[in-house]
Design a binder for this molecule. Structure first.
Ligand code: CUK
Ligand code: CUA
Length: 864
């Protein structure tokens, strides 16, 4: 039924379209033809296109794979917004180049070794009651068994922890429903200590496990001293998920080497791939993390390895906190459904998806009903008794993501290159869509939370083969957007990822993310605390302590203070740079040539760089962001002299001096110019005041910034006047010039404030339009017509564009609706809405006013 109405509506809409603008439609078709687009292509384009300035509905955080970064893009537009640097240096953001970010990167040193990359796989958003709260993002590094914390207030990495036991991880990061713990499970088993044991000692000394990293939401930090690990057999733990709802307190980790196979292809043994998939089943590990957390508090339950608490297998078993359930051979993803009752394990090498029922699992545990024990003494539950059911999905089932409707899940089929939509409660397949090609993870919006949103789905494909312009043998990856808002899934868009393999993505409604646009003045963004080098305008200075030079510098459009820094060769240099801007998006970059230095200093941020001035010479430094019209002038000189040398030079060239008369002439020119600029600035301030700019925070920030700049003008002018009186025309000109620069900066911010304000405010209604609005509402029109929406009558937006001689037509129609009912267009409308507009007995004045109101509506259509 709904579909029928929509069909009718789109027919009418199409018809209206035709009626109002045959020209526009032929243009539309021209473009389709010229670009070789089918109707389906055009519809897909309309579904993803965001006009300039419109924001997306969802954020997607995709892992950056081997780039060691996190990728942020918007849905549905698929526009890339940011690469967050995590495990890898990133020069634009200064990450790994300034002192504070280096400190974070170096927290990730493994056994003293600097690691400068990561293999990021699974991003996870922080949760409150199982629902995304938009505060933090966590991600693992499979290659080095590390977890990073990203603060979504600033989209900055704030912490890296190294797993003290595992040599690699895979089942991370996964969070418990209130982000009490971040789970990280091992992948390739190895001795938990850092010692050598031969491969023959695999069963006895190699181990896997799950680490529970305690997270402090207030501080935004992982607390390693309150974290612990559950020791597990060397079964090659794979992916993990935490229980929620009725399974809250439990964790689930699948695995793929119940055979305990150790390979040895070079010795003539079958390779790992053969040995690890010989048995029919592997093990799903089921553990009670709440109980384990209690156990870990008592020293008698743990052994300490590498300064870290480990709960041995036998302690967990004795305390009924660890169990195994068989799962079909070599499975992959494990996902707990939104209410926590069902656990879906993906088949990978088996065509079936297995749906476990937590209630059935718990019942066996409570009744101590086990089918046996593994060789490490862990009780094994019966597979059949634990299953809700199995369903054949297809080849290479890897991952799952839940839909909005109860029971709906979407699964990826790597080998079949498909996404399947199915019902895990009733075990029924609803739909399939082919994707290009070989999909790994998939992400329906908020599909791993307790509150999935459906609507869109991302397929994170491994291969892109022929999808994009060829760029050599190394291809980008392909993230594909799929519309899942309807019964049939529909492929909409391809996003090439030119960065690494984004295994998994986490998505969240944009309305839940509230990033800051600037830092409190003098902040160290890596700690979120005031920086020890915080420097305000006017406080800039250089101090020497022995052979250590400390430079307290500021950056503001368009100068760096100080502009000359002279040090001795061999001096240690610490430079603190504060961006004293308050305006949004006024970032400055800083580099000293030839020194491998680059920092990005956001408004309010203090950045620190440390280096040794070990080469003699003259090194320009400059701002690397085009921050204003005078950006190129934003520079200075770093001079390194050898104290043991004499530098000999004599002044030979002389600048030609102007005569006093010429100077006075130039002074007059520049003051006249300044007066003209001043008038522009006055007009801008007047406009902003009149329209109450200070009421709108973003506009007000720009206004405040303009005022800051403006306040600097008068002192310069006073100095200029004084210099002029003293006949120092040269200085008077320079000072007026400085005043002009401040005027320009003031104007720059004020113009931006004005543009924003104009965009923020709809144009005010005329008196007639106001009366018209009243008549429209009181006269009963609003009973059927809603501005900006089709309700029980058509949207009135655009009514004046739909008809020939529209004003007259509308006037006649309101006055006497009957007179128009026979027009073919009206017949269609009446048929569609199944309603005829009644005569509301408006008088002529009211009708004129309503038309004025409609004009206002059309003019401000964008605001509705
Ligand atoms: S894994 Cu990559 S496709 Cu690391 Cu989650 Cu499955
Ligand atoms: Cu600051 Cu360019």
């Amino acid at each position: 039924m709904k579909k029928y109405v929509w069909l009718m509506y789109s027919m009418i809409a199409g018809w209206l379209f035709l009626a109002q603008s045959i020209e526009a439609q032929s243009k539309f078709q021209d473009v389709m033809q010229q670009r070789g687009l089918s109707e389906q292509d055009a519809i897909a384009a309309l579904k993803v296109y965001q006009p300039s300035g419109k924001h997306d509905e969802y954020y997607v955080f995709a892992s950056g794979g081997q780039s060691g970064q996190v990728l942020v893009y918007g849905v549905p537009s698929m526009r890339i917004l940011k690469y967050i640097s995590v495990f890898t240096p990133e020069p634009w953001q200064g990450y790994g180049f300034d002192t504070d970010s280096k400190e974070i990167l170096r927290e990730g040193n493994v056994r003293g070794r600097e690691i400068n990359w990561g293999d990021t796989h699974h991003p996870a958003l922080s949760e409150t009651n199982g629902v995304y709260d938009g505060q933090y993002l966590f991600i693992n590094d499979k290659a080095n068994a590390r977890i990073a914390v990203i603060n979504l207030k600033y989209f900055e990495t704030s912490q890296i922890v190294v797993n003290p036991l595992f040599k690699s991880d895979h089942g991370g990061a996964f969070v418990t429903p209130n982000t009490e713990y971040i789970l990280e499970s091992c992948q390739y088993a190895a001795p938990l200590t850092n010692d050598y044991y031969p491969m023959e000692a695999y069963q006895d000394t190699y181990r896997g496990g799950v680490t529970f990293w305690k997270f402090d939401k207030e501080k935004g930090r992982i607390l390693p001293e309150e974290s612990f690990t559950l020791e597990l057999p060397p079964y090659m733990q794979d992916l993990t998920d935490a229980g929620k709802g009725i399974s809250d307190g439990w964790g689930f980790t699948n695995s793929f080497n119940s055979e305990l196979y150790t390979g040895g292809i070079e010795k003539g043994f079958p390779p790992f791939e053969a040995g690890c998939s010989r048995s029919d089943t592997d093990y799903l590990h089921v553990y009670n993390w709440k109980k384990l957390a209690e156990l870990a508090k008592d020293a008698k339950n743990v052994k300490i390895i590498n300064n870290h608490k480990v709960i041995p297998i036998d302690v967990a078993v004795k305390n009924n906190a660890l169990f195994l359930i068989p799962e079909n051979k070599s499975p992959h993803g494990v996902d707990v459904n939104p209410n926590g009752q069902y656990i879906i394990v993906s088949g990978k090498l088996d065509t079936h998806a297995s749906v476990y029922d937590f209630k059935k699992i718990l019942q066996q545990i409570d009744n101590k009903e086990f089918v046996g024990k593994d060789s490490y003494g862990i009780p094994i539950l019966d597979l059949k008794k634990s299953l809700h059911g199995q369903l054949e999905l297809g080849l290479g089932h890897l991952h799952n993501s839940f839909g909005k409707e109860d029971g709906i899940v979407y699964s990826s089929l790597y080998v079949d290159s498909q996404i399947v939509k199915w019902d895990y409660k009733n075990l029924k397949i609803y739909d399939r869509v082919n994707i290009h090609y070989n999909v790994g993870h998939l992400e329906a919006m908020e599909g791993k939370s307790a509150d999935p949103q459906g609507k869109y789905l991302i397929a994170l494909n491994k291969l892109a083969i022929d999808r994009f312009l060829p760029v050599g043998p190394l291809h980008p990856q392909n993230n594909q957007l799929i519309d899942i808002g309807d019964k049939k899934m529909e492929l909409l868009y391809d996003l090439p990822i030119p960065l690494g393999e984004p295994h998994q993505a986490a998505s969240i409604r944009a309305s839940k993310i509230h990033p800051e646009v600037r830092y409190p003045m003098g902040t160290n963004p890596k700690t979120n605390q005031p920086h020890i080098g915080k420097t305000l305008a006017g406080e800039e200075h250089i101090v020497r302590k022995g052979d250590h030079m400390y430079i307290y510098a500021t950056m503001v459009r368009s100068h760096i203070n100080p502009e000359h820094i002279t040090v001795n060769k061999g001096d240690k240099v610490t430079m603190y740079i504060t961006n004293v801007e308050r305006a949004e998006d006024e970032t400055h970059g800083f580099t000293i040539d030839h020194h491998d230095i680059h920092v990005s200093v956001e408004p309010g941020e203090t950045a620190q760089i440390d280096f040794v001035a070990d080469i003699e010479g003259v090194f320009p430094y400059y701002c690397t962001e085009f921050c204003s019209a005078l950006h190129l002038e934003m520079m200075g000189y770093f001079l390194v002299k050898d104290p043991k040398k004499d530098y000999d030079w004599s002044q030979k060239s002389k600048i030609k001096n102007l005569s006093p008369a010429e100077l006075q002439e130039e002074y007059k020119k520049i003051t006249a110019n300044n007066e003209a600029t001043q008038r522009v600035v006055d007009a801008l301030f007047a406009f902003l005041k009149e329209n109450q700019a200070s009421k709108y925070p973003t506009v007000n920030n720009l206004l405040e910034d303009a005022k800051d700049q403006y306040a600097k003008i008068l002192p310069e002018k006073e100095k200029a006047t004084k210099a002029y009186k003293e006949n120092n025309f040269e200085n008077a000109i320079l000072l007026e010039n400085m005043a002009w620069q401040y005027l320009i900066k003031t104007a720059d911010s004020a113009i931006r404030a004005k543009d924003l304000l104009v965009n923020t405010l709809a144009s005010p209604k005329s008196a007639a339009a106001k009366r018209g609005e009243g008549a429209f509402k009181e006269g009963g029109c609003s009973g059927c017509h809603v501005v900006g929406k089709v309700s029980s009558g058509p949207d009135v937006t655009g009514v004046l564009k739909r008809h020939k001689n529209a004003e007259q037509w509308v006037a006649e129609y309101v006055k006497n609706p009957e007179s128009k009912f026979q027009e073919p267009y009206m017949k269609k409308l009446i048929e569609f809405f199944n309603l005829k507009m009644p005569n509301q007995n408006m008088n002529d004045q009211e009708i004129t006013d309503i038309i004025e109101y409609f004009k206002w509506v059309d003019k401000n259509a964008d605001f509705f």
